[in-house]
Design a protein around this ligand. Structure first.
Ligand code: 5GP
Length: 125
């Protein structure tokens, strides 16, 4: 089944500037901003600017430039937020996809969570 992208999702609206956000980093192909309902002292959402619904969609169809930009942006944010292993005990990175992943917003986002010890990786459904 082809990937289908709904451009009315909330992150598409953030990218178009229709909804404000607390930006942490912006690059050519990537935007990172603070989650509106943070689950940890650091909770940043990292999204590509392109119309990708999930990580597998992005990994399959994004250009090399987009993938490199997105990956390097994650490293920059970890350093900027002080959650990199360089100076902190670590962080958790999550990307939910689809119904089984319990994805709420259908635009690829990685959650970067840090600043406290996380709980179990997966809770019972
Ligand atoms: P998902 O469940 O899709 O992996 O995560 C969606 C995340 O987006 C949630 O953590 C939620 O708090 C966050 N979120 C939803 N709407 C907004 C919004 O308008 N602004 C920001 N900054 N975060 C949002």
């Amino acid at each position: 089944m082809p990937y289908s992208y709904d451009d009315q999702n909330i992150f598409a609206k953030i990218l178009r500037g229709e909804i404000p956000n607390d930006t942490v980093l912006e690059t050519d192909h990537t935007l990172a901003f603070r989650d509106i309902e943070p689950q940890a002292p650091v909770h940043v959402l990292v999204i590509p600017k392109g119309p990708y619904v999930s990580y597998d969609h992005f990994a399959a169809e994004a250009s090399d430039a987009e993938i490199i930009d997105y990956t390097r942006a994650i490293a920059k944010i970890c350093a900027q937020e002080g959650i990199s292993l360089d100076d902190n005990p670590g962080f958790r990175m999550i990307s939910n996809a689809g119904a089984h992943g319990v994805q709420e917003v259908p635009h690829l986002h990685v959650h970067l969570l840090g600043g406290r010890r996380m709980g179990r990786m997966v809770q019972p459904a």
